[in-house]
Design a protein around this ligand. Structure first.
Ligand SMILES: [Zn+2]
Ligand SMILES: [Zn+2]
Length: 399
């Protein structure tokens, strides 16, 4: 029987579980109830449970047979600080907290795969079910890695999945190489010399300096990056002064950078520092840059991209798998895991009907109809990657 048929048998249970998590969302590193629920479910299935990695992270280990091969499957468990506007029964019961990115669905799909695999055990090797906290800009992936994720639970390959509103349920999309942008935040602190607004000759105006720096920063994308590389530099805040007749002492610029390679990010940081310091110096002020690299770009590995797309085609048919999906400027911290272990990240359709809400919107909800497809894909990855070998195949590496 195809995996998806077996998984459909517990679709109602998965839906109940997903809606329970949706109603009780928890922010990054505060996912105590969620991680208790996940750990409880894994234990119920007879899967070895490890807790405390990245504070609220959970890892389940399921070993079948004696092959040394190991695969990692990752879901994120945190919510966002958003006030939900939905009025359905499973809406958030926590004020100002909401599963607006569908991590409730990702968690449930991975538990669905765990249930299937624990029951059928049709593989030879080890599966690590990785439930990661704090994906939404709080560094959960890095925290788990720092706590020894890949030392304690070594994986030959790792796979993750994110829902995609606007893509029909039952469809997947992925692309080889860079798929999601790397992101950084920056602050530029400018110090001039305060003076009376009517006596500029005795001061150094940081507002003028901030304006020149803001303009000059736009030369980075226009003149320093290769036209075929995608880079965004946005100054999103300018703060200075509180009076009509006072030239302030200080000004601050803040903003964000997005791009698809470490090289581009380094180039932007370097140019930004030289422009800020140089322009300020030219105008008699000083400026210092604080550049914080948040996420590396998410880069899919070629072999694993082909492999997960093939597995997705096993589940939904080749016609429903787009292997040349679009680049997105959003970021995702699974990129840290992909920097350490070969793997791939795929997008699963969350529905393209009328009223389908984007992620991070107060009206968003994960689409329960997508769950069997995601759970089946996670399970299929394991059955193919850790396929049982007949004695005559010993030593052969399965595709
Ligand atoms: Zn998100
Ligand atoms: Zn997300």
């Amino acid at each position: 029987m195809p995996i998806i048929e077996t998984v459909r048998a517990f679709h109602d249970d998965l839906t109940r579980f997903r809606r329970d998590i949706h109603a009780h969302p928890e922010l990054g590193f505060e996912e105590r109830r969620t991680s208790d629920l996940v750990a409880g479910k894994l234990a119920e299935l007879g899967i070895e449970v490890h807790r405390g990695l990245g504070k609220t992270g959970v890892v389940g280990r399921l070993r079948v047979g004696n092959s040394p091969r190991a695969i990692g499957l990752r879901a994120d468990i945190d919510c966002l600080p958003i006030q939900e506007s939905n009025i359905f029964a499973h809406r958030s019961t926590h004020d100002g907290r909401m599963h607006a990115c569908g991590h409730d669905g990702h968690t449930t799909m991975l538990l669905g795969a765990a249930r299937y695999l624990a029951q059928t055990r049709n593989f030879d090797g080890t599966v690590h079910f990785i439930f990661q906290p704090a994906e939404e800009g709080r560094g959960g992936a890095e925290a788990m890695i720092r706590d020894g994720l890949f030392d304690e639970f070594p994986c030959d390959v790792i796979f993750g999945m994110h829902n995609r509103p606007g893509l029909a349920v039952g469809k997947f999309q992925i692309r080889d190489g860079a798929m999601m942008a790397g992101g950084a935040f920056f602050d530029i602190a400018i110090t001039g010399k305060g003076a009376h607004g009517a006596r500029p000759e005795v001061g150094i105006d940081p507002v003028l300096v901030a304006s020149h720096i803001t303009t000059a920063l736009q030369s980075i994308v226009a003149r320093n990056t290769r036209p075929v590389d995608t880079v965004v530099v946005s100054v999103t805040q300018i703060h200075a002064g509180d009076a009509y007749n006072v030239i302030p002492e200080r000004a601050v610029l803040r903003g964000t950078v997005r791009c698809f390679s470490r090289n581009s990010m380094t180039l932007v940081e370097d140019r930004m520092r030289r422009i800020a310091e140089g322009v300020a110096a030219g105008l008699g002020a000083t400026a210092s840059l604080d550049f914080r690299y948040l996420f590396p770009p998410l880069v899919n590995h070629a072999d694993e991209t082909r492999f997960i797309a093939d597995c997705a085609a096993d589940v939904v048919g080749e016609d429903n798998v787009n292997r040349r999906g679009p680049l997105t400027m959003a970021s995702e911290d699974f990129s840290y895991m992909l920097e350490r272990v070969p793997g791939a990240y795929i997008q699963i359709g969350n529905g393209d009907g009328e009223g389908a809400s984007e992620v991070h919107n107060p009206g968003y909800d994960f689409n329960d109809a997508a769950m069997p497809f995601g759970a089946a894909l996670f399970a299929r990855l394991v059955e193919r990657r850790l396929a049982r070998m007949r004695p005559d195949e010993a030593g052969a590496v399965p595709a």
